[in-house]
Design a protein around this ligand. Structure first.
Ligand code: NDP
Length: 419
Protein backbone atom coordinates (compact mmCIF):
# COMPACT_ATOMS: atom_id res chain seq x y z
CA UNK A 1 0.00 0.00 0.00
CA UNK A 2 1.31 3.45 -0.89
CA UNK A 3 0.77 6.99 0.22
CA UNK A 4 1.11 9.64 -2.48
CA UNK A 5 1.19 13.44 -2.48
CA UNK A 6 0.14 15.11 -5.73
CA UNK A 7 1.11 18.75 -6.23
CA UNK A 8 -1.08 20.76 -8.64
CA UNK A 9 -4.74 20.39 -9.38
CA UNK A 10 -5.12 21.38 -13.06
CA UNK A 11 -5.99 19.41 -16.20
CA UNK A 12 -3.29 16.71 -15.96
CA UNK A 13 -3.53 16.44 -12.17
CA UNK A 14 -7.26 15.85 -12.36
CA UNK A 15 -6.73 12.73 -14.52
CA UNK A 16 -3.82 11.49 -12.39
CA UNK A 17 -5.99 11.90 -9.27
CA UNK A 18 -8.92 9.99 -10.86
CA UNK A 19 -6.52 7.19 -11.82
CA UNK A 20 -4.87 7.05 -8.38
CA UNK A 21 -8.36 6.69 -6.89
CA UNK A 22 -9.24 3.90 -9.38
CA UNK A 23 -5.99 2.19 -8.35
CA UNK A 24 -6.93 2.07 -4.66
CA UNK A 25 -5.37 -1.39 -4.22
CA UNK A 26 -2.01 0.39 -4.54
CA UNK A 27 -2.74 3.92 -3.34
CA UNK A 28 -4.54 3.78 -0.01
CA UNK A 29 -3.83 7.42 0.85
CA UNK A 30 -3.60 10.55 -1.31
CA UNK A 31 -2.97 14.19 -0.51
CA UNK A 32 -3.89 16.73 -3.19
CA UNK A 33 -1.90 19.91 -2.49
CA UNK A 34 -2.10 22.93 -4.76
CA UNK A 35 -2.12 26.72 -4.93
CA UNK A 36 -5.93 26.97 -5.08
CA UNK A 37 -7.21 24.58 -2.44
CA UNK A 38 -10.87 24.92 -3.52
CA UNK A 39 -10.04 22.93 -6.70
CA UNK A 40 -8.52 20.15 -4.53
CA UNK A 41 -11.58 20.14 -2.25
CA UNK A 42 -13.96 19.94 -5.23
CA UNK A 43 -12.16 16.87 -6.60
CA UNK A 44 -12.07 15.26 -3.17
CA UNK A 45 -15.82 15.85 -2.87
CA UNK A 46 -16.42 14.25 -6.27
CA UNK A 47 -14.22 11.19 -5.75
CA UNK A 48 -14.34 10.21 -2.11
CA UNK A 49 -17.52 8.14 -2.33
CA UNK A 50 -16.16 6.14 -5.30
CA UNK A 51 -12.78 4.99 -3.97
CA UNK A 52 -11.16 3.34 -0.98
CA UNK A 53 -8.27 5.84 -1.24
CA UNK A 54 -8.33 8.22 1.72
CA UNK A 55 -8.08 11.73 0.25
CA UNK A 56 -6.85 14.82 2.09
CA UNK A 57 -6.18 18.28 0.66
CA UNK A 58 -3.86 21.17 1.45
CA UNK A 59 -3.08 24.65 0.21
CA UNK A 60 0.55 25.04 -0.83
CA UNK A 61 2.72 27.40 -2.82
CA UNK A 62 5.25 24.98 -4.27
CA UNK A 63 7.70 27.84 -4.89
CA UNK A 64 8.12 28.01 -1.11
CA UNK A 65 10.59 25.19 -0.34
CA UNK A 66 10.36 25.61 3.43
CA UNK A 67 6.56 25.41 3.57
CA UNK A 68 6.50 22.48 1.14
CA UNK A 69 9.18 20.58 3.09
CA UNK A 70 7.11 21.04 6.24
CA UNK A 71 3.96 19.76 4.52
CA UNK A 72 5.77 16.69 3.12
CA UNK A 73 7.33 15.94 6.53
CA UNK A 74 3.94 16.17 8.20
CA UNK A 75 2.09 14.01 5.65
CA UNK A 76 4.98 11.51 5.16
CA UNK A 77 4.11 10.24 1.66
CA UNK A 78 6.08 7.47 -0.07
CA UNK A 79 6.47 9.75 -3.10
CA UNK A 80 5.55 13.20 -4.43
CA UNK A 81 4.06 13.54 -7.92
CA UNK A 82 4.60 17.03 -9.34
CA UNK A 83 1.86 17.92 -11.83
CA UNK A 84 2.04 21.65 -11.13
CA UNK A 85 4.10 23.54 -13.73
CA UNK A 86 7.69 23.02 -14.92
CA UNK A 87 8.53 26.27 -13.06
CA UNK A 88 8.15 24.37 -9.77
CA UNK A 89 10.35 21.35 -10.66
CA UNK A 90 13.47 22.49 -8.80
CA UNK A 91 11.75 23.76 -5.65
CA UNK A 92 9.76 20.51 -5.37
CA UNK A 93 12.94 18.47 -5.90
CA UNK A 94 14.62 20.51 -3.15
CA UNK A 95 11.70 19.88 -0.78
CA UNK A 96 11.71 16.13 -1.57
CA UNK A 97 15.43 15.97 -0.77
CA UNK A 98 14.94 17.89 2.48
CA UNK A 99 12.05 15.62 3.49
CA UNK A 100 13.66 12.38 2.24
CA UNK A 101 10.95 11.40 -0.28
CA UNK A 102 11.03 10.16 -3.92
CA UNK A 103 10.11 12.66 -6.69
CA UNK A 104 8.17 12.23 -9.96
CA UNK A 105 7.20 14.76 -12.67
CA UNK A 106 5.94 15.05 -16.25
CA UNK A 107 7.93 17.94 -17.79
CA UNK A 108 11.48 19.26 -17.47
CA UNK A 109 12.42 22.49 -15.76
CA UNK A 110 11.98 25.86 -17.36
CA UNK A 111 12.11 29.21 -15.61
CA UNK A 112 9.07 31.41 -15.28
CA UNK A 113 11.15 34.53 -15.88
CA UNK A 114 13.34 34.04 -18.93
CA UNK A 115 14.78 37.53 -18.46
CA UNK A 116 16.40 36.57 -15.13
CA UNK A 117 20.08 37.49 -15.75
CA UNK A 118 21.49 34.58 -13.66
CA UNK A 119 19.46 32.02 -15.60
CA UNK A 120 20.07 33.77 -18.92
CA UNK A 121 23.85 33.57 -18.56
CA UNK A 122 23.70 29.78 -18.15
CA UNK A 123 21.06 29.48 -20.89
CA UNK A 124 23.11 31.42 -23.44
CA UNK A 125 26.19 29.33 -22.69
CA UNK A 126 24.13 26.16 -23.22
CA UNK A 127 22.69 27.47 -26.50
CA UNK A 128 26.23 28.02 -27.80
CA UNK A 129 27.63 24.73 -26.51
CA UNK A 130 24.77 22.37 -27.39
CA UNK A 131 23.15 24.16 -30.31
CA UNK A 132 19.48 24.30 -29.34
CA UNK A 133 17.71 27.35 -27.96
CA UNK A 134 14.55 26.01 -26.25
CA UNK A 135 14.02 27.50 -22.79
CA UNK A 136 13.61 24.04 -21.25
CA UNK A 137 16.28 21.36 -20.91
CA UNK A 138 17.33 18.57 -18.58
CA UNK A 139 20.61 20.06 -17.34
CA UNK A 140 18.99 21.72 -14.32
CA UNK A 141 17.46 18.48 -13.06
CA UNK A 142 20.31 16.17 -14.07
CA UNK A 143 22.47 18.39 -11.83
CA UNK A 144 20.57 16.86 -8.87
CA UNK A 145 21.94 13.38 -9.67
CA UNK A 146 24.56 13.32 -6.88
CA UNK A 147 22.15 14.69 -4.27
CA UNK A 148 19.47 12.09 -5.01
CA UNK A 149 22.07 9.32 -5.14
CA UNK A 150 23.60 10.34 -1.81
CA UNK A 151 20.13 10.49 -0.24
CA UNK A 152 19.19 7.06 -1.65
CA UNK A 153 16.15 8.65 -3.35
CA UNK A 154 14.67 8.26 -6.83
CA UNK A 155 13.72 11.16 -9.09
CA UNK A 156 11.71 9.99 -12.11
CA UNK A 157 11.54 12.79 -14.70
CA UNK A 158 8.98 13.23 -17.46
CA UNK A 159 6.42 10.47 -17.00
CA UNK A 160 3.67 11.92 -19.19
CA UNK A 161 2.99 10.66 -22.71
CA UNK A 162 5.60 12.69 -24.55
CA UNK A 163 7.95 12.74 -22.78
CA UNK A 164 7.23 9.61 -20.80
CA UNK A 165 5.50 6.82 -22.69
CA UNK A 166 7.45 7.62 -25.88
CA UNK A 167 10.73 6.95 -24.04
CA UNK A 168 9.30 3.74 -22.55
CA UNK A 169 8.40 2.71 -26.13
CA UNK A 170 12.08 3.31 -27.04
CA UNK A 171 13.31 1.13 -24.15
CA UNK A 172 10.75 -1.55 -25.11
CA UNK A 173 11.79 -1.49 -28.79
CA UNK A 174 15.43 -1.81 -27.76
CA UNK A 175 14.68 -4.69 -25.37
CA UNK A 176 12.36 -6.77 -27.56
CA UNK A 177 12.62 -5.73 -31.23
CA UNK A 178 16.10 -4.53 -32.17
CA UNK A 179 19.77 -5.32 -31.79
CA UNK A 180 20.49 -1.75 -32.86
CA UNK A 181 18.12 1.19 -33.35
CA UNK A 182 19.19 3.58 -36.13
CA UNK A 183 16.42 6.20 -36.11
CA UNK A 184 13.52 7.27 -33.91
CA UNK A 185 10.67 9.48 -35.14
CA UNK A 186 8.23 10.46 -32.39
CA UNK A 187 4.82 11.37 -33.83
CA UNK A 188 2.22 13.25 -31.80
CA UNK A 189 -1.09 13.55 -33.61
CA UNK A 190 -4.13 15.18 -32.11
CA UNK A 191 -7.14 14.71 -34.39
CA UNK A 192 -9.47 16.26 -31.80
CA UNK A 193 -11.75 19.17 -32.65
CA UNK A 194 -13.03 21.41 -29.82
CA UNK A 195 -14.90 23.79 -32.10
CA UNK A 196 -12.98 26.93 -31.03
CA UNK A 197 -10.90 28.81 -33.63
CA UNK A 198 -8.01 28.79 -31.15
CA UNK A 199 -7.39 27.05 -27.82
CA UNK A 200 -4.56 25.00 -26.33
CA UNK A 201 -5.00 21.49 -24.96
CA UNK A 202 -2.85 22.02 -21.91
CA UNK A 203 -1.50 25.00 -20.00
CA UNK A 204 -1.42 27.73 -22.72
CA UNK A 205 1.73 29.39 -21.45
CA UNK A 206 3.77 26.17 -21.48
CA UNK A 207 2.19 24.97 -24.73
CA UNK A 208 2.73 28.17 -26.72
CA UNK A 209 6.30 28.58 -25.51
CA UNK A 210 7.05 25.04 -26.70
CA UNK A 211 5.38 25.34 -30.07
CA UNK A 212 6.66 28.79 -31.04
CA UNK A 213 10.31 27.90 -30.28
CA UNK A 214 12.72 26.94 -33.09
CA UNK A 215 12.54 23.25 -34.05
CA UNK A 216 15.49 20.92 -33.59
CA UNK A 217 16.48 17.32 -33.93
CA UNK A 218 19.51 15.20 -33.17
CA UNK A 219 21.74 13.67 -35.81
CA UNK A 220 24.87 11.66 -34.93
CA UNK A 221 24.83 13.08 -31.41
CA UNK A 222 24.60 16.73 -32.54
CA UNK A 223 21.65 19.11 -32.39
CA UNK A 224 20.44 20.65 -35.64
CA UNK A 225 18.22 23.68 -35.14
CA UNK A 226 15.76 24.98 -37.73
CA UNK A 227 13.30 27.93 -37.79
CA UNK A 228 9.98 27.16 -36.05
CA UNK A 229 7.57 25.11 -38.20
CA UNK A 230 9.97 24.99 -41.17
CA UNK A 231 9.92 21.18 -41.62
CA UNK A 232 6.46 19.90 -42.50
CA UNK A 233 5.34 16.37 -43.43
CA UNK A 234 1.99 14.70 -44.06
CA UNK A 235 1.20 11.40 -42.34
CA UNK A 236 -1.80 9.09 -42.41
CA UNK A 237 -2.66 8.21 -38.79
CA UNK A 238 -4.84 5.25 -37.83
CA UNK A 239 -8.02 6.52 -36.20
CA UNK A 240 -7.45 10.08 -37.44
CA UNK A 241 -6.53 10.13 -41.15
CA UNK A 242 -4.08 12.38 -43.00
CA UNK A 243 -2.63 15.29 -41.03
CA UNK A 244 0.12 17.87 -41.50
CA UNK A 245 2.80 17.57 -38.85
CA UNK A 246 5.75 19.82 -38.04
CA UNK A 247 9.18 19.12 -36.59
CA UNK A 248 9.52 20.54 -33.05
CA UNK A 249 12.17 20.57 -30.38
CA UNK A 250 11.06 18.16 -27.66
CA UNK A 251 12.63 17.17 -24.39
CA UNK A 252 12.78 13.39 -24.81
CA UNK A 253 15.18 13.86 -27.76
CA UNK A 254 17.73 15.18 -25.25
CA UNK A 255 17.34 12.23 -22.86
CA UNK A 256 17.21 9.57 -25.60
CA UNK A 257 20.23 11.16 -27.28
CA UNK A 258 22.17 10.82 -24.03
CA UNK A 259 20.96 7.35 -23.04
CA UNK A 260 20.91 5.72 -26.50
CA UNK A 261 23.94 7.32 -28.19
CA UNK A 262 23.96 4.62 -30.88
CA UNK A 263 20.74 6.05 -32.44
CA UNK A 264 21.77 8.09 -35.47
CA UNK A 265 18.77 10.41 -35.76
CA UNK A 266 15.97 11.38 -33.34
CA UNK A 267 13.13 13.68 -34.45
CA UNK A 268 9.80 14.79 -33.01
CA UNK A 269 6.73 15.79 -35.06
CA UNK A 270 3.43 17.25 -33.86
CA UNK A 271 0.27 17.83 -35.92
CA UNK A 272 -1.29 21.30 -36.15
CA UNK A 273 -4.25 22.59 -38.08
CA UNK A 274 -3.94 25.75 -40.20
CA UNK A 275 -6.23 27.74 -37.89
CA UNK A 276 -3.98 27.05 -34.87
CA UNK A 277 -0.85 28.09 -36.78
CA UNK A 278 -2.41 31.27 -38.22
CA UNK A 279 -3.57 32.37 -34.77
CA UNK A 280 -0.25 31.52 -33.14
CA UNK A 281 1.77 33.41 -35.77
CA UNK A 282 -0.44 36.43 -35.43
CA UNK A 283 -0.26 36.40 -31.62
CA UNK A 284 3.51 36.06 -31.80
CA UNK A 285 3.85 38.88 -34.33
CA UNK A 286 1.93 41.29 -32.11
CA UNK A 287 3.93 40.32 -29.02
CA UNK A 288 1.24 38.38 -27.16
CA UNK A 289 3.51 35.33 -26.62
CA UNK A 290 6.15 37.42 -24.84
CA UNK A 291 7.13 36.47 -21.28
CA UNK A 292 8.65 39.90 -20.63
CA UNK A 293 6.42 42.06 -18.39
CA UNK A 294 5.11 45.34 -19.81
CA UNK A 295 3.61 48.26 -17.93
CA UNK A 296 -0.01 48.97 -18.86
CA UNK A 297 -1.77 51.85 -17.09
CA UNK A 298 0.48 51.48 -14.05
CA UNK A 299 0.05 47.73 -13.85
CA UNK A 300 2.67 45.14 -14.74
CA UNK A 301 1.34 42.57 -17.23
CA UNK A 302 3.08 39.53 -18.74
CA UNK A 303 1.55 39.29 -22.25
CA UNK A 304 1.41 35.47 -22.42
CA UNK A 305 -0.19 35.30 -18.95
CA UNK A 306 -2.80 37.84 -20.02
CA UNK A 307 -3.46 35.74 -23.14
CA UNK A 308 -3.91 32.67 -20.92
CA UNK A 309 -6.64 34.53 -19.05
CA UNK A 310 -8.46 35.19 -22.36
CA UNK A 311 -8.20 31.68 -23.81
CA UNK A 312 -10.55 28.81 -22.92
CA UNK A 313 -9.37 26.87 -19.86
CA UNK A 314 -7.98 23.58 -21.25
CA UNK A 315 -9.95 21.76 -18.53
CA UNK A 316 -13.17 23.11 -20.11
CA UNK A 317 -12.45 21.52 -23.52
CA UNK A 318 -13.40 18.01 -22.35
CA UNK A 319 -17.10 18.00 -23.18
CA UNK A 320 -16.56 19.74 -26.57
CA UNK A 321 -13.62 17.78 -27.98
CA UNK A 322 -14.39 15.02 -30.47
CA UNK A 323 -11.95 12.78 -32.33
CA UNK A 324 -8.85 10.79 -31.49
CA UNK A 325 -5.17 11.14 -30.70
CA UNK A 326 -2.53 8.84 -32.15
CA UNK A 327 0.88 9.15 -30.48
CA UNK A 328 3.83 6.84 -30.90
CA UNK A 329 7.33 6.21 -32.20
CA UNK A 330 8.62 4.82 -35.49
CA UNK A 331 11.84 2.91 -34.96
CA UNK A 332 14.18 1.69 -37.69
CA UNK A 333 17.20 -0.52 -37.13
CA UNK A 334 18.48 -4.07 -37.30
CA UNK A 335 17.52 -7.39 -35.78
CA UNK A 336 19.53 -10.57 -36.42
CA UNK A 337 21.35 -8.81 -39.24
CA UNK A 338 18.14 -7.77 -41.04
CA UNK A 339 16.61 -4.29 -41.47
CA UNK A 340 13.49 -3.79 -39.37
CA UNK A 341 10.99 -0.97 -38.77
CA UNK A 342 8.08 -0.75 -36.34
CA UNK A 343 5.57 1.83 -35.10
CA UNK A 344 4.55 1.51 -31.43
CA UNK A 345 1.56 3.71 -30.71
CA UNK A 346 -1.61 4.38 -28.77
CA UNK A 347 -4.90 5.68 -30.13
CA UNK A 348 -7.04 7.51 -27.60
CA UNK A 349 -10.58 8.84 -28.03
CA UNK A 350 -11.37 12.28 -26.56
CA UNK A 351 -15.02 11.49 -25.83
CA UNK A 352 -14.20 8.14 -24.17
CA UNK A 353 -11.76 9.94 -21.86
CA UNK A 354 -14.40 12.52 -21.04
CA UNK A 355 -16.92 9.81 -20.20
CA UNK A 356 -14.45 8.06 -17.90
CA UNK A 357 -12.76 10.92 -16.03
CA UNK A 358 -14.29 14.19 -17.28
CA UNK A 359 -11.21 15.29 -19.28
CA UNK A 360 -10.08 15.40 -22.92
CA UNK A 361 -7.45 13.00 -24.27
CA UNK A 362 -4.42 15.32 -23.92
CA UNK A 363 -4.85 15.51 -20.15
CA UNK A 364 -5.76 11.81 -20.11
CA UNK A 365 -2.71 10.64 -22.07
CA UNK A 366 -0.51 12.61 -19.64
CA UNK A 367 -2.34 11.88 -16.36
CA UNK A 368 -2.46 8.09 -16.81
CA UNK A 369 1.34 7.73 -17.30
CA UNK A 370 1.87 10.13 -14.39
CA UNK A 371 -0.07 7.73 -12.15
CA UNK A 372 1.80 4.72 -13.62
CA UNK A 373 5.22 6.32 -12.98
CA UNK A 374 4.18 7.20 -9.43
CA UNK A 375 2.93 3.64 -8.89
CA UNK A 376 6.17 2.03 -10.13
CA UNK A 377 8.32 4.29 -7.94
CA UNK A 378 6.08 4.10 -4.85
CA UNK A 379 5.85 0.29 -5.03
CA UNK A 380 9.60 -0.06 -5.52
CA UNK A 381 9.45 -1.58 -9.04
CA UNK A 382 11.22 1.44 -10.50
CA UNK A 383 13.41 2.45 -7.64
CA UNK A 384 17.12 3.24 -7.74
CA UNK A 385 19.03 6.17 -6.27
CA UNK A 386 19.54 9.06 -8.68
CA UNK A 387 17.75 11.11 -11.35
CA UNK A 388 16.29 9.18 -14.29
CA UNK A 389 14.06 9.46 -17.33
CA UNK A 390 11.59 6.71 -18.24
CA UNK A 391 13.88 5.02 -20.78
CA UNK A 392 16.31 4.05 -17.98
CA UNK A 393 14.16 1.36 -16.31
CA UNK A 394 12.71 -2.01 -17.34
CA UNK A 395 9.88 -0.99 -19.71
CA UNK A 396 7.82 -4.19 -19.27
CA UNK A 397 5.84 -3.33 -16.08
CA UNK A 398 5.10 0.14 -17.49
CA UNK A 399 3.89 -1.29 -20.82
CA UNK A 400 1.65 -3.75 -18.96
CA UNK A 401 0.25 -0.95 -16.83
CA UNK A 402 -0.56 1.16 -19.94
CA UNK A 403 -2.78 -1.67 -21.20
CA UNK A 404 -4.43 -2.05 -17.82
CA UNK A 405 -5.04 1.63 -17.03
CA UNK A 406 -6.53 2.93 -20.27
CA UNK A 407 -3.76 3.50 -22.83
CA UNK A 408 -3.49 0.23 -24.79
CA UNK A 409 -0.73 0.19 -27.40
CA UNK A 410 -0.05 -1.66 -30.63
CA UNK A 411 3.02 -2.56 -32.63
CA UNK A 412 2.82 -2.22 -36.42
CA UNK A 413 5.58 -3.87 -38.45
CA UNK A 414 6.81 -2.06 -41.58
CA UNK A 415 4.95 1.23 -41.06
CA UNK A 416 5.10 4.02 -43.64
CA UNK A 417 8.29 5.93 -42.78
CA UNK A 418 8.63 9.71 -42.54
CA UNK A 419 11.13 11.05 -45.12
P1 NDP B 1 -2.64 23.47 -15.47
O1 NDP B 1 -2.27 24.90 -15.66
O2 NDP B 1 -3.97 22.98 -15.87
O3 NDP B 1 -2.43 23.07 -13.93
C1 NDP B 1 -1.32 23.47 -13.18
C2 NDP B 1 -1.69 23.30 -11.71
O4 NDP B 1 -0.53 23.64 -10.94
C3 NDP B 1 -2.81 24.25 -11.27
O5 NDP B 1 -3.66 23.56 -10.39
C4 NDP B 1 -2.05 25.35 -10.55
O6 NDP B 1 -2.76 25.98 -9.50
C5 NDP B 1 -0.92 24.55 -9.93
N1 NDP B 1 0.20 25.44 -9.60
C6 NDP B 1 0.79 26.37 -10.39
N2 NDP B 1 1.75 27.00 -9.71
C7 NDP B 1 1.76 26.48 -8.46
C8 NDP B 1 2.51 26.73 -7.30
N3 NDP B 1 3.47 27.66 -7.27
N4 NDP B 1 2.26 26.00 -6.19
C9 NDP B 1 1.29 25.04 -6.19
N5 NDP B 1 0.53 24.75 -7.26
C10 NDP B 1 0.77 25.47 -8.39
O7 NDP B 1 -1.48 22.62 -16.21
P2 NDP B 1 -1.62 21.18 -16.88
O8 NDP B 1 -2.37 20.29 -15.97
O9 NDP B 1 -2.02 21.36 -18.28
O10 NDP B 1 -0.07 20.72 -16.91
C11 NDP B 1 0.53 20.16 -15.75
C12 NDP B 1 1.94 19.69 -16.09
O11 NDP B 1 1.89 18.64 -17.05
C13 NDP B 1 2.85 20.77 -16.70
O12 NDP B 1 4.12 20.66 -16.13
C14 NDP B 1 2.89 20.40 -18.16
O13 NDP B 1 4.07 20.85 -18.78
C15 NDP B 1 2.85 18.90 -18.06
N6 NDP B 1 2.43 18.21 -19.31
C16 NDP B 1 3.17 17.14 -19.72
C17 NDP B 1 2.81 16.46 -20.87
C18 NDP B 1 3.55 15.22 -21.27
O14 NDP B 1 3.07 14.49 -22.14
N7 NDP B 1 4.68 14.90 -20.68
C19 NDP B 1 1.67 16.88 -21.71
C20 NDP B 1 0.90 17.96 -21.13
C21 NDP B 1 1.30 18.62 -19.98
P3 NDP B 1 -3.99 26.97 -9.79
O15 NDP B 1 -5.16 26.05 -9.81
O16 NDP B 1 -3.99 27.90 -8.63
O17 NDP B 1 -3.72 27.64 -11.11
Amino acid sequence: MSKLMIIGCGGVASVAIHKVCQNDEVFDELMIASRTVSKCDALKEKLQGQTKTKITTAQIDADDVEALTKLIKEYKPDAVLNVALPYQDLTIMDACLAAGVDYIDTANYEPEDTEDPEWRKIYEKRCKELGFSAYFDYSWQWAYEDKFKAAGLTALLGTGFDPGVTSVFAAYAKKHYFDTIDTIDILDCNGGDHGYPFATNFNPEINLREVSAPGSYMENGKWIEIPAMSIKREYDFEGVGKKDMYLLHHEEIEALGRNMPEVKRIRFFMTFGQSYLTHMNCLENVGMLSTTPINYNGQEIVPIQFLKALLPDPASLGPRTKGKTNIGCIFTGKKDGKERSIYIYNVCDHQECYKEVGSQAISYTTGVPAMIGAMLVATGQWKKPGVFTTDEFDPDPYMEALNKWGLPWKVEENPVLVD
